[in-house]
Design a protein around this ligand. Structure first.
Ligand code: MLT
Ligand code: MN
Length: 302
């Protein structure tokens, strides 16, 4: 199994177009060694030629152009993307579908909750029906997902505690299936990757999935709970957005410390997070914990 990180930043990307705080302005001014990052998405390939796009970010055009493997040339028009899987209905994970409208009908795999959001509060499926069209394939957490486009890779979704987006009918009443994590198993090697770019809390089920995996590619959105408030760019806490920050006694780094022998990678990093700066104290803390910070173009091969 081959995983390519297409976009390692959270919503807004890094730098964010209107942000002048901290690293955003420093990057703009060439005053930091931090690297720009596009919005959250990965692509996975098994034994076949096709890729499964997991989350379709608003930066998808740039991501595809930067990834030659996603651009084979089978005909006048063509793509290496065989299907799309959405892990939630957030804009940073779904808006890219509109940019795929010039292609063939899309096969989109997501939970019933995400499909509901994408046909009501953010009616992407309805819009796409006027262009390429999209067939919905239901993902049920806990049940194996069978995908012809991904031979040699087993997939299973895990319902996560996170938050549905502001336009979701379930915003005030979180429902299992609003957000999922994914367990990807390489059939040849048996190696497992647990992927969860939005993870608000680690319950026993999630902890067991993490314990059984070899690679953990998990929520790296915020370093602290009040980071956006502290930097004067928002009023939301990490918890209210469904993200577990890295710091703190119950934080992501403390959790990841349970599995020092696994490959552990933080992804979906917000532009306020000091770990983006390779020279920051926060980054040194992450590195000392043996945890990696994902970057665009990162590859994970099992
Ligand atoms: C999130 O992951 O919390 C959202 O994508 C935030 C956003 O709307 O950018
Ligand atoms: Mn997001």
């Amino acid at each position: 199994m081959e995983i390519k990180v297409l976009g390692s930043a959270a919503g807004g990307g890094f730098p964010q177009w209107n942000s002048n705080v901290g690293l955003n302005r420093a990057l703009h001014d060439g005053q930091t060694r931090a690297s720009a990052r596009t919005q959250s998405s990965i692509a996975v390939r098994g034994r076949g030629e096709d890729w499964l796009l997991i989350n379709a970010s608003p930066d998808i055009r740039q991501q595809i152009l930067a990834t030659p493997a996603l651009r084979p040339a089978p005909g006048r028009r063509g793509t290496g993307i065989g299907a799309v899987l959405l892990m939630d209905s957030q804009i940073d994970h779904t808006a890219g579908l509109t940019l795929l409208r010039e292609g063939e009908k899309l096969d989109v795999h997501c939970t019933r909750q995400v499909y509901e959001d994408l046909t009501t509060g953010w009616p992407l499926f309805n819009v796409l029906s006027h262009y390429c069209g999209a067939d919905w394939h239901e993902i049920v957490p806990g049940r194996d997902i069978s995908l012809d486009v991904l031979p040699g890779v087993g997939l299973r979704a895990v319902a996560l505690s996170s938050a549905a987006p502001p336009y979701s009918p379930h915003r005030q009443a979180p429902t299992p299936g609003d957000n999922i994590g994914l367990v990807l198993t390489d059939a040849a090697t048996g190696r497992r990757v647990f992927y969860a770019p939005g993870l608000g809390a680690i319950d026993d089920v999630v902890a067991a999935e993490m314990a059984a995996s070899d690679v953990l590619l998990v929520d790296g959105t915020f370093f602290t709970e009040t980071e956006m408030i502290d930097q004067g760019v928002g009023r939301k806490t990490a918890a209210s957005m469904g993200h577990l920050p890295q710091s703190g006694e119950q934080g992501m780094l403390a959790t990841l410390a349970r599995w020092p022998d696994k490959r552990r990678v933080l992804i979906h990093i917000n532009n306020t997070n000091p770990i983006l700066d390779p020279d920051s104290e926060a980054r040194a803390t992450v590195a000392a914990a043996g945890v990696e910070v994902a970057h665009d173009g990162m590859e994970i091969v099992t």
